[in-house]
Design a binder for this molecule. Structure first.
Ligand SMILES: C[S@@+](CC[C@H](N)C(=O)[O-])C[C@H]1O[C@@H](n2cnc3c(N)ncnc32)[C@H](O)[C@@H]1O
Ligand code: SF4
Ligand code: SF4
Length: 439
């Protein structure tokens, strides 16, 4: 019998600390991180090797104890078959399956990128970290678009986030969305849902709802949301947008930044958006940056605890099979894993500003290059292994600090909040990062 990689898998990608295999189904990519030995075995599941051949090949390269190798390969195969990564064929394949390879063991290559298409926005949210306004002139230029997308074509991406400012204000928004989908990645549009035209439904017809997802910001019901976002018709317009997008078959997530909302406000919002077909609501805290500072938004542990309580209670009271309430940090911060020392900041994820500046993550204010002058690859070659060395704020380091619930597991929050405390024990990691970036 010949173990054979299932056709779902289309590409391999090397990273400094692991490999990944990337699959596509209905325009929906899936990226599986595996260690090097798993990669070696899966590469040999090319339809032309039997188990014994695989063990022999591994023995030739590693010279490890053969009985240990046999046991390892058998256990791995059981797991791979159970997880539908391989099937067994009775006959030897005439040609071996060889997946195209991208990435490098020397420097990191991104899996996910957020692109701020414009700094313009008609709303005036009190907390906006981009400090977006209609007076801002900067938007992703044709030159930056060309440079960025030419380079992204050669990177196997799992996810692209189109954000801003208000991304739908970019005059080429729909063509940029199309270009993004052509890269094979899942595309998430982060929008206020405040700016759209009568062409919305027509434009949506060109996209696959399994590949394009919308995240619409709603911070409360009418009066709370409108006051927070600085426009008396913000709620009404966003709801209309959500209804149109859902009616066109797309999945909508609502994003809420928890500040002064009461539990009753949030329960009403959850029940309302659930009724109109929103799939989930993601609750997050406010980060002390951008307009949150002059607006004097209090960002403290009490609010973070309130946020966690809201998430739990709302899940129980409003959550259902078709509607989930989740807390960003629970799902999106990849805590130190078998393969990574932190969340992958500056390694597997980067942010591109509308002026071409590159940040190691969407919320980070550190600029590690500009696309006008450098390529993503140059920047990754230069800095990605530096980010790999930075430990994230965790209990062992931050014990006793009253900001821990704000910084927990997040390097960017550590950087922001350490500014507001004299005795940040994690600052040593920040100093390490600063000195490495200067080298
Ligand atoms: C910068 S906006 C851009 C997309 C769009 N204009 C919108 O508001 O959804 C992306 C997300 O960041 C959130 N955001 C803005 N400032 C923030 C801050 N200081 N802390 C945490 N989230 C923030 C917004 O509420 C929104 O959900
Ligand atoms: S958070 Fe979004 S909607 Fe609000 S001002 Fe910033 S870019 Fe505009
Ligand atoms: S301020 Fe510093 S010590 Fe305190 S929790 Fe944040 S990173 Fe840790």
């Amino acid at each position: 019998m010949y173990p054979t990689l299932v056709p779902f898998f289309k590409q391999r990608k090397l990273q400094p600390l692991y490999s990944s295999i990337i699959g596509y189904e209905n325009g929906h990519p899936g990226l599986l991180r595996i260690n090097r030995s798993a990669d070696d075995i899966l590469r040999l599941c090319n339809g032309q090797n039997q188990l014994e051949d695989i063990v022999n090949c591994l023995f030739d390269t590693t010279r490890e104890d053969r009985s240990i190798l046999v046991q390892y390969v058998q256990e791995f195969m059981e797991m791979a078959e159970k997880n539908k990564m391989i099937t067994y064929n009775q006959y030897k394949a005439t040609t071996p399956i060889i997946l195209p390879l991208s990435g490098s063991a020397e420097y990191w290559s991104i899996d996910s990128i957020s692109i701020e298409l414009t700094e313009k926005c008609p709303l005036k949210c009190k907390h906006c970290f981009v400090e977006a306004t209609m007076d801002k002139k900067i938007q992703l230029s044709d030159f930056l678009e060309y440079k960025l997308f030419s380079e992204l074509e050669n990177i196997s991406l799992e996810q692209i986030q189109l954000t801003g400012g208000e991304p739908m204000l970019h005059p080429k928004f729909w063509s940029l969305l199309e270009k993004s989908t052509q890269l094979g990645a899942t595309v998430h549009v982060f929008t206020s849902g405040y700016v759209f035209t009568d062409e919305l439904e027509n434009n949506l017809k060109n996209f696959n709802p399994k590949q394009v997802f919308f995240q619409v910001s709603l911070d409360g019901m009418h009066s709370y949301h409108n006051e927070f976002r600085g426009a008396s018709d913000a709620f009404e317009k966003s709801i209309l947008f959500i209804k149109k997008v859902i009616a066109s078959g797309f999945c909508v997530t609502v994003a809420t930044c928890i500040d002064e909302q009461s539990y009753e406000e949030m329960k009403e919002l959850c029940e309302f958006v659930k009724r109109i077909g929103v799939a989930r609501i993601r609750l997050g805290g406010i980060s002390s940056q951008g307009r949150a500072l002059p607006s004097e938004i209090v960002v403290d542990t009490a609010k973070r605890i309130k946020l966690k309580q809201f998430q739990h209670q709302l899940s129980v009271e409003v959550g259902s099979e078709n509607f989930s309430v989740y807390f960003i940090e629970d799902t999106e911060k990849m805590v130190k894993s078998e393969y990574c020392n932190n969340c992958g900041i500056g390694q597997v994820l980067l942010n591109v500003k509308a002026n071409g500046d590159i940040n190691p993550c969407l919320m980070s204010e550190i600029v590690i290059g500009n696309l006008e002058k450098s390529s993503l690859q140059d920047i990754q070659k230069r800095f990605s292994r530096t980010f790999e060395k930075i430990d994230f704020p965790r209990l062992e380091i931050c014990q006793g600090c009253d900001k821990f619930t704000l910084c927990e597991n997040c390097i960017v929050q550590g950087m922001i909040n350490s500014e507001f405390t004299d005795s940040c024990a994690w600052r040593i990691e920040l100093q390490k990062l600063e000195s490495l970036l200067m080298e």
